[in-house]
Design a protein around this ligand. Structure first.
Ligand code: TXA
Ligand code: MG
Length: 314
């Protein structure tokens, strides 16, 4: 894809003017605004219909930008070196001098931060002198967007601009790890939990005390009816869209392949796109083949389980 500098300039202009714009990341598209501006971030909550009690992730270009806002510890530095930029977010302590709007963190002294790897968004983050608060660019409770068209389907002309950045490579949100006290994963995501825990274990770690950090967005709130979903299904009923991960001999119009070869990364990339397609095709029921609960399959199963229980996405 060609880098279109005029679109980057346009995005930056909107952001400088305290507007919200949608930006591509490797995980999902984000609805971004200046994290230092109360006026700008208020618009995110309004547009997403997101409760103010649910804090936002703040996006940076690199560790140097982050230093102004957060207390950094040694585990963070090691994880940063290993996995960033990439599909991982960290919960850290805010510095008292941080300029991040209190609305972003819901008045907490902790903040979730991340360094996305998408080349266009990195260009923007490098250029501006503030970080970007950016939740997934969907209305609360809906499916996260993985393309420009998905964002347009969510918001129509309610947002000023969507920066085209192709389809998101990972296709699932970032893994969130709490680094206040003993590291613990709060949300499964793009980088699998085993790889992260293994890496932490293999490096010296003096943080033993557990600090219970809650993830407000994972509360089991029931939301407006999605589509009923059965998991670990071997054979679908005639009226069910059937989500598959391995090619079947027979052809069937109800079959929706995440992958034809059990490739879990490919499956993750296709998950939200497929759910959207099934919804657009007006299916009333979904069945899903068993997805191996390893590597990124863990995060796929986490999202499917939430969807099947009608839990809240955000
Ligand atoms: O991949 C991603 O992380 C995407 C892209 C756009 O960066 N963003 C994303 O944001 O998924 P969002 O807002 O849809 O989900 C962020 C989750 C929410 O469930 C929120 O409750 C949790 O992160 N969160 C944010 N700040 C937190 C904090 N200080 N402590 C614990 N959880 C936090
Ligand atoms: Mg979200």
């Amino acid at each position: 894809m060609k880098i279109n500098d005029s679109n980057i300039k346009k995005t930056i202009k909107y952001l400088n003017n305290d507007e919200c714009v949608a930006i591509p990341t490797e995980t999902v598209y984000g609805l971004a605004a200046n994290a230092y501006s109360k006026n700008a971030v208020s618009k995110i909550f309004k547009l997403k219909k997101r409760p103010r009690s649910n804090p936002l992730i703040v996006h940076y270009h690199n560790i140097n930008q982050l230093k102004k806002d957060c207390e950094l510890n040694s585990v963070f530095r090691r994880l940063y070196k290993k996995f960033c930029p990439g599909a991982i977010s960290f919960v850290l302590k805010l510095k008292k001098t941080s300029k991040i709007s209190k609305i972003v963190t819901n008045n907490s002294n902790l903040v979730a931060v991340r360094f996305p790897s998408h080349h266009l968004t990195r260009k923007i983050l490098k250029e501006i002198d503030y970080p970007l608060a950016a939740p997934s660019a969907n209305i609360s409770s809906s499916i996260s967007p993985v393309s420009k068209q998905d964002v347009i389907d969510e918001f129509g002309n309610k947002i000023k601009f969507v920066l085209e950045g192709g389809s998101s490579k990972v296709g699932l949100e970032s893994t969130i790890i709490n680094l206040v006290g003993k590291p613990n994963i709060l949300r499964l995501g793009g980088i699998d939990s085993k790889t992260i825990y293994k890496f932490i274990k293999s490096s010296k770690n003096n943080q033993k005390k557990e600090v219970n950090v809650k993830m407000p967005g994972s509360r089991k709130l029931h939301y407006s009816p999605g589509i009923p979903m059965r998991l670990n299904v071997k054979k679908n009923n005639y009226d069910e869209a059937f989500i598959l991960i391995k090619k079947r001999k027979k052809k069937n119009k109800n079959y929706f392949y995440l992958s034809k070869t059990k490739n879990l990364k490919e499956a993750a990339k296709n998950l939200y796109k497929t759910l959207r397609k099934i919804k657009k095709n007006r299916y009333k029921k979904i069945a899903v083949e068993k997805i191996p609960n390893v590597q990124i399959g863990e995060a796929i199963n986490d999202r499917l389980l939430r969807a099947s229980k009608n839990e809240k996405f955000n």
